[in-house]
Write a protein that binds this ligand. Structure first.
Ligand code: ADP
Ligand code: ZN
Length: 326
């Protein structure tokens, strides 16, 4: 599959990754699991979101220098979203930018972050506050990696797949309701959808790319106030999708009963659909107002109003969000 972007095109290949002569950057878990594939001298960062910071960024850039990487070098990001985002950001800036190849190894990264060119790191003040658009030179999606992925991480990716179904592709929901999931087929379908969206609205200025934020306005707020410890990203957006669809119902945008259907589609895959502990409604609202995607403290949500259709709604009434959360 070929994806167009402002500076050219790149291919997403659904293929086996069998090693490379380029420098590989990966995390400590993958380095242990796939030593042969990764080769003898990878740059290894500590696994986990806490590595997506400026210290690790400087470490990787330093290692590249140390290994003699030049403006002509290509680097390979082999890992989940953390590795992809961080290494992509190094690639975007190292000697003013070098190409990188993404080998996403989590379901989440395969269906979401590896396509679309967003790269970056977190700051102590918040996630993804420093970043760039730097599309990969090539993305290689190898389904074999998913065999070692922990169940909870797999579910995390499933939440994003369910999201694609509700916002734009009801056929995904049909596929997901089968007892025997064809993951490879689902990944391919989601990548096609993401490719369509980012080609239409690469820099998120037309409201189309923002559709992908269904569940994320509430989900990000939940993640943030629980310090990214209680819920995975997929779990938080799972709860977020249910809450946001209740909001759509209350606004009269969605018909009664839609949120129950959204809930069922998530629960079926072992995803949580409500908060396990009570969180402060006013703090949640406050975090949503400060979201980097909201304008002047107004809350914007991508809301599904019927299966496969959503719309970006600005200025969602706070009273309704409060009522639903309470
Ligand atoms: P995400 O893609 O969800 O943003 P991360 O990059 O944080 O996530 O990866 C989630 C966790 O899964 C990390 O601990 C990472 O080391 C681990 N991981 C990534 N890919 C695999 C895999 N194919 N097999 C086993 N563990 C993996
Ligand atoms: Zn997401």
């Amino acid at each position: 599959m070929t994806i167009r972007h402002a500076q050219g095109t790149y291919d997403v290949r659904f293929d086996e990754f069998n090693g490379t002569t380029h420098v590989v950057v990966t995390d400590s878990n993958l380095a242990k699991l796939y030593p042969k594939l990764i080769g003898s001298s990878p740059i290894v960062i500590e696994a986990g979101e806490s590595s997506k910071n400026l210290d690790t960024y400087a470490y990787v850039a330093g290692q590249l220098l140390h290994r003699g990487a030049t403006r002509k070098s290509t680097i390979v990001a082999l890992g989940g979203g953390v590795v992809g985002d961080l290494v992509g950001f190094v690639a975007a800036t190292y000697m003013r930018g070098i190409p990188f190849v993404q080998v996403p190894t989590t379901l989440l990264a395969q269906v979401d972050s590896s396509v679309g060119g967003k790269v970056g790191v977190d700051l102590p003040e918040g996630k993804n506050l420093l970043g760039a658009f730097h599309p990969a030179k090539e993305v290689i999606i190898d389904s074999r990696f998913l065999k070692t992925l922990p169940e909870r991480e797999l579910r995390c990716g499933l939440a994003e797949i369910v999201k694609y179904g509700w916002i734009m592709a009801p056929e995904i929901l049909d596929e997901l309701s089968k007892s025997d999931l064809d993951l490879q087929k689902l990944v391919r379908k989601c990548v096609e959808l993401k490719a369509r969206v980012v080609q239409e609205d690469e820099f998120e200025t037309k409201g189309v790319r923002a559709w992908l934020n269904f569940g994320h306005t509430v989900g990000h707020a939940i993640e943030q106030i629980t310090n990214y410890e209680t819920y995975t990203h997929g779990e938080a957006i799972s709860i977020g999708m249910v809450v946001e669809t209740r909001v759509a119902e209350e606004m009269g945008l969605a018909g009664r009963g839609l949120s129950q259907k959204v809930q069922n589609s998530l629960a079926q895959h072992g995803l949580p659909t409500e908060l396990s502990t009570k969180l402060s409604v006013s703090t949640l609202i406050d975090v949503m107002r400060r979201d980097k995607k909201s304008d002047q403290r107004e809350i914007t949500m991508s809301l599904v109003y019927r299966s496969g259709q959503c719309e970006l709604v600005k200025n969602v009434p706070v009273e309704i969000i409060e009522r639903v959360l309470a």
